[in-house]
Design a protein around this ligand. Structure first.
Ligand SMILES: NC(=O)c1ccc[n+]([C@@H]2O[C@H](COP(=O)([O-])OP(=O)(O)OC[C@H]3O[C@@H](n4cnc5c(N)ncnc54)[C@H](O)[C@@H]3O)[C@@H](O)[C@H]2O)c1
Ligand SMILES: [Zn+2]
Ligand SMILES: [Zn+2]
Length: 346
C-alpha cells in the first residue's frame, strides 16, 4: 500500500509499505480521507517533539471496512461499511480506564501519534474493532474525518462544565476552535464569541454560528464585555500560549472556568491572582473519552449544515506533501485540509 511518511522534519514522501493484516480483534479500514491536524503540522516541522521521522501519522480519518480479523464476528461490522475510528488505545483495565478516563491511561497509545503505529495517512490501517465507530451511509463520507476534532471539542466544553444558557468565549478560530464553537452551541451555549487574528478564519467562525473578534484591535476582555454585556462564563483557549491564557483569564467572569486545550507552548506565565483571589478555575482538556467520541459521531451522522464549512479543501495523495508545507508556512487556509485516498486506491 502507499503511505505518506514523515521521512525527515519538513519532508513527507509517498512510500510503499506492506499492507497491514487484521490481527485478533482487529479490522482493516481502507482510508477514504484523513484530515491534517495542527498537531501533525507541529510534528512535521519538529516543533512539538511528539512525532518522529519514519512515522506515518494520521488520526482524523474516515474509511470503509475492508477485512475483519479473527474474533470480530460479534462486532456487527461489515465489509464496505463507512466508519471512523477512535484513535485512543487504552488498556481498559487500569483505575483510569475503569472510570472511563482512557485519556489518563498510563499505557495509552494513540493511532497517528504513537510513532510505531502506521496510521491513516496510508491506504489501510489496522484498528481494534472496539475502536471502530460506524457512520451513516447518508452523509458525505468526508464528514467522518471531522469527528475526531469534534470529540476533542465536546470533551473541552464538558471539562469546562458548560451549562445551557451560558456565554462562551473561544480563543483561536483554527479547526479546534471551530469545532469548539459547534460543540458549545450543541451543548446549549447561549452565545459564542471567538477571538481570532486571521480574517478568513474569523469569517468562517461567523458562518458557523459564532461572532468573531479581532484581538489586535482592542483588549479581548473589553470586546467580550461589550458584545455579551458581561464577561464570559466559560472560555476555551484553543491556542495555548501566554498571550491567549492572559486574554482567557481577563475575559472570563470571576468564578468562571477556563479550559486549556491548545498546546501552543509547553510553558506559560499566568496572572496568578486571576486564579487565586478571583476563584477562576483552570482545567486542562486532552483528547476525549468514549462518550465524547460517540456523541460527536452521532451528531455528525445528523449531517448538521455547519460541517460543510469546516472542510476547506481536499487534496490527493500526490499533493499531500505540498499541503503540509503550505499549512506549515501559514497559507491562510481557514478550515481543514483532507488528504483524499478514495480514487487513489490501487
Ligand atoms: N488538548 C487536545 O486534546 C488537543 C487536541 C487537538 C489539538 N490540540 C491543540 O489545539 C491547538 C489548536 O489546534 P488547531 O488545529 O486549531 O491549530 P491552528 O494552529 O490551526 O489554530 C490556532 C489558531 O489560533 C489563532 N491565534 C494565534 N494566536 C492568537 C491570539 N493571540 N489570539 C487569537 N487567536 C490566535 C491562529 O490564527 C490560528 O487560527 C493546537 O495547539 C493543537 O496542538 C489539542
Ligand atoms: Zn487532531
Ligand atoms: Zn488503562
Amino acid at each position: 500500500m502507499r503511505a505518506l511518511e514523515l521521512v525527515d522534519f519538513n519532508k513527507m514522501d509517498i512510500v510503499e509499505l506492506p499492507s497491514p493484516l487484521a490481527g485478533h480483534g482487529e479490522v482493516i479500514v481502507d482510508t477514504v480521507a484523513t484530515g491534517i491536524c495542527g498537531s501533525d503540522i507541529h510534528g512535521f516541522t519538529g516543533h512539538n517533539g511528539r512525532r518522529v521521522p519514519g512515522q506515518v501519522m494520521g488520526h482524523e480519518t474516515v474509511g470503509r471496512v475492508s477485512a475483519l480479523g479473527p474474533g470480530t464476528e460479534s462486532s456487527g461490522l461489515q465489509v464496505g461499511q463507512p466508519v471512523t475510528f477512535n484513535p485512543l488505545l487504552a488498556c481498559g483495565t487500569c483505575a483510569s480506564c475503569t472510570v472511563e478516563h482512557p485519556q489518563h491511561c498510563a499505557q495509552r497509545r494513540i493511532i497517528g501519534v504513537t510513532p510505531d503505529i502506521t496510521a491513516a495517512f496510508a491506504e489501510k490501517t489496522a484498528v481494534p474493532a472496539e475502536n471502530i465507530v460506524p457512520l451513516s451511509e447518508e452523509i458525505p463520507i468526508a464528514y467522518g474525518a471531522l469527528i475526531e476534532p469534534l470529540a476533542v471539542a465536546f470533551h473541552a466544553v464538558r471539562r469546562a462544565g458548560l451549562r445551557p444558557g451560558q456565554k462562551v468565549l473561544v480563543i483561536g478560530g483554527g479547526p479546534i476552535g471551530q469545532s469548539v464553537v459547534l460543540a458549545a452551541l450543541q451543548e446549549g451555549a447561549a452565545e459564542v464569541l471567538v477571538s481570532e487574528v486571521d480574517p478568513h478564519r474569523r469569517a468562517l467562525c461567523n458562518r458557523i454560528g459564532a461572532r468573531a473578534l479581532n484581538p489586535a484591535t482592542s483588549p479581548v476582555a473589553s470586546q467580550v464585555q461589550e458584545q455579551f454585556g458581561s464577561l464570559a462564563d466559560v472560555t476555551v483557549d484553543a491556542v495555548g500560549i501566554t498571550a491567549t491564557m492572559g486574554d482567557a483569564l481577563n475575559a472570563t467572569r470571576i468564578g468562571g472556568t477556563v479550559a486549556l486545550v491548545g498546546m501552543g507552548d509547553p510553558e506559560l506565565r499566568l496572572d496568578a491572582y486571576r486564579v487565586s483571589t478571583e476563584e477562576r478555575q483552570v482545567v486542562g482538556s486532552f483528547c476525549y473519552n468514549n462518550r465524547d467520541f460517540v456523541d460527536a459521531a452521532a451528531w455528525v451522522n445528523l449531517q448538521p449544515k455547519a460541517l460543510a464549512e469546516l472542510i476547506s479543501r481536499e487534496v490527493g495523495l500526490t499533493d499531500a506533501a505540498g499541503a503540509f508545507a503550505a499549512l506549515a508556512a501559514g497559507d491562510g487556509t481557514p478550515g481543514k485540509i483532507l488528504v483524499r485516498f478514495g480514487s487513489d486506491v490501487r
